[in-house]
Design a protein around this ligand. Structure first.
Ligand code: BGC
Length: 751
C-alpha cells in the first residue's frame, strides 16, 4: 500500500465516524503523517529538516535527493529543473516524499510590486493582499510553493537597509500588512489549488532593532517592549494562518534568536499555538558560532533544535550532527519527530503528496499577465506620497506645460526602480517614468531628457549643471528624479549617511536656478534626509522603489490622471542623528515644546540652563521633517473633532468613534483617516499616540461624510508593570486625523 492509499483510507475511516470535515481532515492528516514517520529511518527524518540551496547544481544534488537527505530546496526557479528534482524525490527516493521548493518572492516574482515599505504607504491591505496573490500565482507556476515573506519587523531606523522590506515603524501597520500578505500568498488554502504558496513570517524576532541601524547587529529590547512593539505583528501573521516562520539573525539580550527557546517554544508554540514550520535564517544556526554562543556546528544544531527550530536553512548543522547528538542524548527522538511532523504536515497541506509537479505550460500564460501589471500599477500609484505642492504646481496641465525637462539618475533606471529583493524581476519588462511620460503624454508635451548623473552617486561638473539650468529655462517645468539605486537598501545595505548622494542635491538647485517650477520625485528604499531638497522644490513626491509599473503610475500622478493618496509609513527625519525616530514614543519628563532655540539662535556666552533644558537636538530640533501618516492630495480634507458614543466604557465594550470628514478642494480624492489613542496614565508609560485603525475614504469634491470606527476596548490592552497583557482602567485620548501629528483629541474613560 502506498502512502497515498493510507491517506485515503484514513479519510474514509473518518467519514464513517461522523465527525466534522475539519476534524476528519485533521485526523486523516495525523494518521498519514504518523504512518509515514513510523516508516522513516533516522537519516530520512533528518533529511526532511535540511534545506539546501540550488547553488549546488541539480545533478550534484541527485545523491542527496534520492537518499532522502534533503527536504526542501531554495533558489531554484527553472520549472523544468524543479520538476526534474521533484521526480528524483518522488520516483527515486525510498519513500517518495516530495521536495518543497522555496524562494525569496518578496514583492513580486516577475511582475514586481513596490517594495514592502511602499506597499505600506498605500494603507490599503486589500491591495497588498492582491499583490501577494499575484506573486503567488506567478511563482507557483514555476513550482515554487514557499516564499520567505512577509517581513514584519517593526523598523524605526532609516539607516537599516532592511527597512525597505518592512511596513515601517508602526506596530499596527506591520500587523495589518503582514496578515494581508499571508492571506494573499496562501489564498484559499485548498490542497488541490497549486497556486497556494506558504508564507514565512520573518524575522522572529526583534531584528528591526539592530543597534545603530547596522544589519545583523545585536539588539537591546526590554521584555515588555518586545511584547508591546516587536511581537504583535508576528502574532497577527500567525493568527492569519502563516504556515511557516523564520528565526532572525540577531541576538536579544545575548541569546541569538535561532537558539532562543523562550521565543520559539514558550511564546510561539505554547502561548500562540503555532503549528507550522520554524526555519532558521540562512546559515543562522552555524552563525551562532561567530556570535560566541556555541562552540561548533554540532553545538549549534543542538541549541537550535532544542530551542524549537524545525528546519535548518543551508548550514548543514542538522544533517551533519543530529544523529550523533541523538546518540549522545543531547537531543531527543521526540523533538526530531515533532519537527519532521511539522514539515510533512506542511507538504501535505500544500497538496504536494498528490500533486508534486509544476505545470510548465502555465508559466508563460501567468507571468506578466495584464491584470498583474494593472494591479502593480495601481499599487505603485497608491504608494506615492505627495509631501509638498506649492501653488498647486501638481498636477501638471498638458495644455500648459508644453515642454517638460526630465532629469536625474532615477528617471530612466529600469533595474533600480525595482528595488531590493527582486531576484526574478526583469528590467526588460520595467516601465520607467521617462518611458511612460513619453508614451502617455508625449503627444501633447515635448519631453526633453537630460539625465546629467548616471547613477545617484555620480558627480556633475559646474558646466554640466549650468547647461541643465539653461535647458530648463527653455522649458515650462522640470521633473528631477533623484534617490538611490536598489543596491543601496535591503539586506546588509545599511548607511550611516541617508542624504541624497553624489550631485543630486546640486542638480535640484541647478533646476531651481532656471526660475521654472521644479517637481522633485524621490525614489528610494528608505526614508532619506531631504530637508534642503524639499526647500528647493516646488513639489515633492516620495516614492519607495515602485517596481515594474512605477513609470506609468508616476507619470499619471504628475499629470493628474491619478490623485495621490499615499501616506508615510515611517517618519521622515530632518537629520540622520535623530535615529531611531518614530511617532509612537514615550513622553519624557521634559518634553520639547517646539519653540526651543536652535544652534544658530544661541547668544554668545549663553548661560548653561538658558535654553530651557527640554528634550531636543540643538541642530535638528525635536520632530521629523514630515510625520508618520503624512501625505497630501490634489484636493484638501478637513476633519471635525471626533466624538465617541459614550464617555466611559467597560473592558468588554466596543467604542464607536465618529468624525466628520469633508473634501474641501476641487477634485475627487482618497484620504487615509487614521485613528490614534493615548492611554494617559499607565502602570508603565504609554506612547504619546498609537495607531489603532485606519480607513481609505474616497470623497467627491465638496462631499462630507461621517466616518465611523469601531474599536474594541480589548485593543487597548498592553503588557504592563506586572508583565500581563490587559487593559488598564483610566483616561484616554482619541484622535481621528490625517497624520500622527495633527487633529483634536476627544477623551474617554475605561472603568
Ligand atoms: C535573509 C532572509 C532570506 C534568506 C533566504 C537571508 O539572508 O535574511 O530574509 O529569506 O536569506 O534567502
Amino acid at each position: 500500500m502506498t502512502f497515498k492509499h493510507l491517506f485515503l483510507s484514513a479519510a474514509v475511516a473518518c467519514v464513517l465516524c461522523g465527525c466534522s470535515s475539519a476534524d476528519r481532515q485533521k485526523r486523516a492528516d495525523d494518521k498519514f503523517v504518523e504512518n509515514l514517520v513510523s516508516e522513516m529511518t533516522l537519516e530520512e527524518k533528518i533529511g526532511q529538516l535540511n534545506q539546501l540551496s540550488t547553488y549546488y547544481v541539480a545533478e550534484y544534488m541527485r545523491d542527496e535527493i534520492v537518499s532522502g537527505r534533503v527536504g526542501s530546496i531554495l533558489n531554484e526557479v527553472n520549472p523544468e529543473t524543479i520538476n526534474a528534482m521533484q521526480r528524483m524525490a518522488v520516483e527515486e527516493s525510498r519513500l517518495g516524499i516530495p521536495l518543497l521548493f522555496a524562494r525569496d518572492v518578496i514583492h513580486g516574482f516577475r511582475t514586481i510590486f513596490p517594495i514592502p515599505l511602499g506597499q505600506a504607504a498605500t494603507f490599503d491591505p486589500e491591495l497588498v493582499e492582491l499583490g501577494a496573490r499575484v506573486a503567488a500565482e506567478e511563482a507557483t507556476s514555476c513550482g515554487i510553493r514557499w516564499t520567505f515573506s512577509p517581513m514584519v519587523d517593526v523598523s524605526r531606523d532609516a539607516r537599516w537597509g532592511r527597512i525597505a522590506e518592512s511596513s515601517g515603524e508602526d506596530v499596527l501597520l506591520n500587523a495589518r500588512m503582514g496578515a494581508a500578505t499571508v492571506r494573499g500568498y496562501q489564498g484559499d488554502m485548498r490542497r488541490d489549488n497549486p497556486t497556494v504558496m506558504a508564507a514565512c513570517v520573518k524575522h522572529y524576532a526583534g531584528y528591526g532593532a539592530s543597534e545603530g541601524g547596522r544589519d545583523y547587529n545585536t539588539t537591546s529590547i526590554p521584555a515588555r517592549q518586545l511584547r508591546n512593539v516587536y511581537l504583535p505583528p508576528f502574532k497577527a501573521a500567525v493568527d492569519a494562518g502563516a504556515m511557516t516562520l523564520m528565526t532572525s539573525f540577531n541576538d536579544i539580550d545575548g541569546i541569538p534568536a535561532t537558539g532562543n527557546r523562550h521565543l520559539l517554544t514558550d511564546i510561539l508554540r505554547e502561548e500562540w499555538d503555532f503549528e507550522g514550520v520554524v526555519v532558521t535564517d540562512w546559515n543562522s544556526a552555524a552563525e551562532m558560532i561567530a556570535h560566541g554562543y556555541v562552540v561548533d556546528k554540532k553545538d549549534a544544531a543542538e541549541k537550535a533544535l532544542n530551542a524549537g527550530v524545525d528546519m535548518d536553512m543551508s548550514s548543514r548543522a542538522f544533517v551533519d550532527h543530529l544523529a550523533e547528538l541523538l546518540d549522545e542524548g543531547r537531543v531527543s527522538m521526540s523533538r526530531i519527530d515533532d519537527a519532521v511532523r511539522n514539515v510533512l504536515r506542511l507538504k501535505l497541506e500544500l497538496g504536494l503528496f498528490d500533486n508534486p509537479y509544476a505545470d510548465t505550460a502555465l508559466v508563460n500564460a501567468t507571468v506578466y499577465d495584464p491584470e498583474h501589471l494593472a494591479a502593480a500599477e495601481k499599487c505603485a500609484g497608491e504608494s506615492a506620497i505627495l509631501l509638498k505642492n506649492e501653488n498647486a504646481l501638481l498636477p501638471l496641465n498638458a495644455k500648459k506645460c508644453r515642454r517638460l525637462l526630465v532629469t536625474g539618475p532615477m528617471a530612466d533606471a529600469p533595474w533600480e526602480q525595482l528595488g531590493t529583493w527582486t531576484f526574478d524581476g526583469e528590467e526588460s519588462h520595467t516601465v520607467t517614468p521617462l518611458d511612460a511620460l513619453r508614451e502617455k503624454f508625449g503627444k501633447d508635451v515635448e519631453i526633453i531628457y537630460r539625465p546629467v548623473l548616471e547613477v545617484s552617486r555620480s558627480r556633475a561638473t559646474r558646466a554640466q549643471l549650468d547647461a541643465l539650468t539653461s535647458v530648463a529655462r527653455g522649458c515650462d517645468a522640470v521633473a528631477v528624479f533623484v534617490g538611490e539605486e536598489a543596491i543601496l537598501s535591503g539586506e546588509a545595505h545599511c548607511l550611516a549617511d541617508i542624504s541624497l548622494r553624489g550631485s543630486q542635491s546640486d542638480q535640484i538647485k541647478a533646476a531651481r536656478r532656471s526660475g521654472k517650477p521644479v517637481v522633485t520625485v524621490v525614489m528610494t528604499g528608505r526614508p532619506m534626509t531631504i530637508a534642503v531638497e524639499a526647500d528647493n522644490s516646488d513639489a515633492l513626491l516620495y516614492v519607495f522603489h515602485p517596481g515594474t509599473m512605477g513609470g506609468p503610475a508616476i507619470a499619471d500622478i504628475l499629470f493628474g490622471e491619478v490623485v495621490p493618496s499615499g501616506k508615510l509609513p515611517v517618519s521622515l527625519p530632518a537629520m540622520v542623528g535623530q535615529m531611531p525616530l518614530y511617532y509612537s514614543r514615550n513622553m519624557t519628563g521634559r518634553p520639547a515644546s517646539g519653540t526651543e532655540t536652535l544652534v544658530d539662535g544661541i547668544a554668545p556666552k549663553a548661560g548653561q540652563t538658558s535654553l530651557g533644558c527640554t528634550s531636543y537636538y540643538l541642530d535638528a530640533g525635536f520632530g521629523p521633517l514630515f510625520p508618520f501618516g503624512y501625505g497630501l492630495s490634489y484636493t484638501t480634507f478637513e476633519y471635525g473633532v471626533p466624538e465617541t458614543d459614550r464617555q466611559s466604557y467597560g473592558k468588554g465594550d466596543v467604542i464607536t468613534a465618529t468624525v466628520e470628514l469633508k473634501n474641501t478642494g476641487s477634485c475627487k480624492g482618497v484620504e487615509v483617516a487614521q485613528l490614534y489613542v493615548r492611554d494617559l496614565v499607565g502602570s508603565v508609560i504609554r506612547p504619546v499616540r498609537e495607531l489603532k485603525d485606519f480607513k481609505r475614504v474616497e470623497l467627491a469634491a465638496g462631499e462630507s461624510r461621517t466616518l465611523r470606527f469601531s474599536l474594541p476596548v480589548s485593543e487597548l490592552a498592553f503588557c504592563g508593570a506586572d508583565m500581563c497583557h490587559k487593559v488598564e482602567a483610566g483616561e484616554f485620548q482619541l484622535w481621528i486625523s490625517g497624520d500622527s501629528a495633527s487633529g483634536e483629541p476627544v477623551r474617554f474613560t475605561i472603568e
